[in-house]
Design a protein around this ligand. Structure first.
Ligand code: MG
Ligand code: ZN
Length: 222
């Protein structure tokens, strides 16, 4: 997965940054709060997004960009919740980039969206280098990935603005202490808020959902 990064010149990143900034401005103009949800396959990104959609969709207008090598599977889960969803198939690529998001934005009625959630491709490495135009970068990690997963992927934790340690209900079964994971994240990024979540504990999801709601309100200045 690292190969393409090694082969790519800085020009690719610079071009992507420029396009990401264009996306960001477009989203800002329409007062859309955009979130980039990153994390490995199995970290529970789709489920975290579903829970947020369910909790917020009666009060806010939500849309989802579902990024994946084959994005239709997750996209259908979001469509079932009744929110506009654009699948962004990356083909062979293991990350979304600003160009794919630009294309997806063309299919959305931005004037009628308050919150745009972008599910990135399951990967802890290259999404780091590709800004999409988001306002908030979130990294989700599951306890089932093991407690050395954090320090093995420092950049994504250093560059994210919110971290979610998910599936904490199975921590004992997989012999991982979520507090150790949290400590490792804070070693890498002392400023980042770290949430512990489980889809089976609705109370634990409130802070996650609250962050999104705060973002929407900030974007609208309310
Ligand atoms: Mg998913
Ligand atoms: Zn990639």
């Amino acid at each position: 997965m690292l190969m393409h990064v090694i082969n790519m010149g800085h020009d690719v990143f610079r071009a992507n940054d420029k396009l990401a900034e264009k996306n960001r401005k477009l989203l800002e103009k329409h007062e859309v709060f955009a979130v980039n949800v990153m994390g490995a396959i199995g970290s529970g990104k789709t489920t975290l997004i579903e829970e947020a959609v369910k909790a917020l969709k009666d009060r806010y207008r939500i849309a989802v960009i579902a990024g994946d090598v084959i994005a239709e599977m997750d996209a259908s889960r979001f469509r079932k919740l009744g929110v506009p969803t654009v699948p962004a198939n990356t083909g062979k690529e293991c990350h979304l980039d600003a160009k794919l998001v630009e294309k997806a934005l063309e299919e959305l009625d931005l004037e009628n969206i308050d919150l745009l959630i972008i599910e990135n491709v399951g990967n802890l490495i290259c999404p780091v280098d590709f800004k999409l135009g988001e306002e908030l970068r979130v990294v989700a990690v599951s306890v089932s990935e093991g407690d050395d997963i954090i320090l093995k992927h420092p950049m994504i934790f250093k560059t994210s603005e919110l971290a979610v340690i998910n599936k904490v209900d199975i921590a004992k079964a997989v012999d991982v202490n979520p507090e150790t994971m949290k400590r490792d994240i804070l070693i890498l990024n002392p400023e980042i808020p770290v949430l512990l979540t489980s889809k089976h504990d609705k109370e634990s999801l409130k802070a996650w959902i609250g962050y999104l709601e705060e973002g929407i309100k900030d974007m609208k200045g309310i």
